[in-house]
Design a binder for this molecule. Structure first.
Ligand code: FES
Ligand code: MG
Length: 576
């Protein structure tokens, strides 16, 4: 339980509480917006860090939602100030939003630290906006609370539910297999995205919004309340109110985001069948806070937690169904015995006291722990001579019979090679072939694009083969599925052994044994290593150059080396 002290000196008083010319400037210029001094003097100033953008459709409603946060801040005696930060729209940005996650985090960090803020509400939604905002805020470490925009209403087409992303992939393959016309394909677009909000499958956005509950950095129900449900607005109000109280309690991010919180998030992710992207995001976030939390913790903490939630892409339902079934509090209730129940949350109370519900309203959507939806939850971390730093696979989205598999490799050298040759009728492939894609990691792509779920070659689709083992240093969309080994570290562009694989080499995947092995002897691999041309990035200026030079590998979260850690909230100098 955190304790409130309303005599606490406010950080914002360093600006607005001064009697000198600086205080004059800080106050006078704020007054041009019509705020009388009593609005902000001596009151907690709550920054609303808004990732709204017309170009991030999933966050398009966040300005309206910010108004409800403001009401909550006013109601609790605080002063809300909304500010924009770089937004990352998954559907529009090229080459991949992940290239800009760390850049956006720098914007968030600088915007928070440089300004007269006592606490921050992070308004987020689309995939990367959540980790980018959390990472930036963590490096400042003010009291911080997350408000997600919420998922879209369920898609529905020709009488059947359709899910963001997941059904794009299914429809795309149906078109390639000839079972769906291009006209039908295009007609389904409007039916998929029919309201404000983020993807309504358990993709990365819903995973990260849900995980914010598991981390204790958002109030209960952050994950699943639909974007357009009035309860999302009431939720935003309650969060704004709570941000003010957190100032008086000095309830900073670092008090909430402890190792225990991260372990809880991993367990929740397993129960949700959550996105593999959560792996890199939480590792990077922990790095900002100096919390001891590694790739192996992902495997160890999530290993005995089965998948309880029957949502696309692992299952059949959508976020709206999940909300009505009880949402994240009900899932946390199911796994309550496996949680670090004492972990502190933004409520000022422990996760066990404030974030867990004993009720489940729909057992088709949320299964009990003793009779789970799928036995294999979690993220399996694979190692071997092909991935000395580790690689990940999501067993709940994979084909059980492929989880132990040996087969000959077909190697694609990069994304362009993949596009050019995947449907080549002369490729020597069958259903046992292992598809390998390289030069798509953090440095190689650059930005570790979501192309690790390589398309199944058309010839195989026509034969009715819907899944094959695929291995890469890329990521995949949280809405994707298949027996897909991702995040191979080190990546090929950093000299990792993925660069050494040749067509026909036998690769063994054994998920139960956590093994990924290239069946080529060490002497031969060393000879290939000697012959390898070093990777040269074509990017010679700007953000891309800085990124490629400083990005770390996926096994530690793909943050930039110089962004790891934090600098706190202190600013030594004034501006004039
Ligand atoms: Fe924004 Fe999926 S594209 S959440
Ligand atoms: Mg996504």
């Amino acid at each position: 339980m955190s304790t409130s002290d309303k005599t606490r000196k406010l950080r914002s008083a360093e600006w607005f509480g001064r009697q000198d010319s600086y205080g004059f400037i800080y106050r006078s210029w704020m007054k041009n917006q019509g705020h009388p001094a009593e609005m902000f003097q001596g009151k907690p100033v709550i920054g609303i860090c808004n990732t709204w953008s017309d170009l991030t459709p999933c966050n398009g409603h966040l300005r309206a939602l910010a108004e409800h946060v403001k009401r909550g801040v006013y109601a609790a005696g605080g002063f809300p100030v909304e500010f924009p930060v770089m937004s990352l729209g998954e559907s529009n940005m090229r080459p991949t939003t992940m290239l800009f996650r760390n850049l956006a985090s720098m914007d968030v960090e600088a915007s928070i630290r440089a300004n007269p803020l006592d606490a921050v509400v992070l308004l987020v939604g689309c995939d990367k906006t959540t980790p980018a905002s959390l990472m930036g805020a963590a490096s400042v470490d003010l009291p911080t609370i997350v408000v997600s925009g919420g998922p879209m209403l369920s898609g529905r087409w020709k009488g059947k539910p359709i899910g963001s992303g997941t059904d794009v992939i299914r429809f795309k393959e149906a078109v390639r297999a000839g079972s769906m016309s291009v006209d039908e394909f295009m007609a389904s677009e409007a039916a998929m995205s029919r309201s404000a909000g983020s993807c309504m499958t358990m993709g990365t956005a819903s995973t990260m919004a849900s995980i914010c509950e598991g981390l204790g950095i958002a109030l209960p129900e952050n994950g699943a309340i639909p974007a357009v449900d009035a309860r999302r607005q009431a939720f935003a109000f309650a969060s704004g109110r709570r941000a003010v109280e957190m100032v008086w309690e000095d309830l900073r991010m670092s008090k909430i985001l402890t190792r225990a919180a991260f372990l809880n998030a991993v367990r929740l992710n397993a129960a949700l069948g959550g996105s593999t992207n959560a792996v890199v995001h939480l590792l990077a976030l922990a790095g900002r806070l100096g919390v001891e939390f590694s790739l192996d913790d992902w495997d160890a903490a999530g290993r005995d937690i089965p998948c309880l939630v029957n949502l696309m892409p692992s299952g059949q339902y959508l976020m709206e169904d999940f909300f009505h079934a009880g949402g994240v509090p009900s899932v946390l209730g199911e796994i309550a015995g496996r949680l670090e129940a004492d972990a502190l949350t933004v409520t000022g109370r422990s996760i066990g006291e404030s974030h867990v519900s004993p009720e489940v309203h729909d057992r088709n959507v949320i299964f009990p722990l003793d009779a789970p939806f799928k036995p294999a939850g979690g993220i399996a971390v694979l190692r071997g001579n092909l991935a000395p730093g580790g690689a990940v696979i999501k067993p709940s989205a994979a084909t059980p019979r492929l989880m132990q598999h040996s087969g000959p490799a077909i190697v694609f050298d990069d994304a362009d090679d993949l596009k050019a040759r995947i449907d080549d009728p002369d490729l020597p492939i069958d259903e046992n072939t292992v598809l390998v894609l390289r030069n798509c990691g953090p440095k190689g792509y650059p930005g570790m694009a979501e192309i690790g779920n390589l398309p199944i070659p058309r010839r195989m689709l026509e034969k009715g083969v819907l899944d094959m083992v695929r291995i890469s240093d890329a990521r995949m969309s949280g809405t994707a599925f298949g027996t897909v080994v991702l995040h191979v570290a080190p990546e090929s562009a950093a000299g990792g052994p993925l660069a050494l694989v040749r067509d026909g080499d036998i690769i063994t995947l054994d998920v139960a044994a956590r093994r990924l092995h290239l069946e080529v002897d060490e002497a031969e691999l060393e000879a290939r290593r000697q012959a390898l041309e070093p990777f040269v990035s074509p990017y010679t200026r700007g953000w891309e150059k800085l990124y490629v030079e400083h990005v770390q590998q996926a096994d530690t979260g793909a943050d930039l080396d110089f962004l790891v850690g934090g600098s706190g909230d202190y600013v030594p100098r004034v501006s004039h």
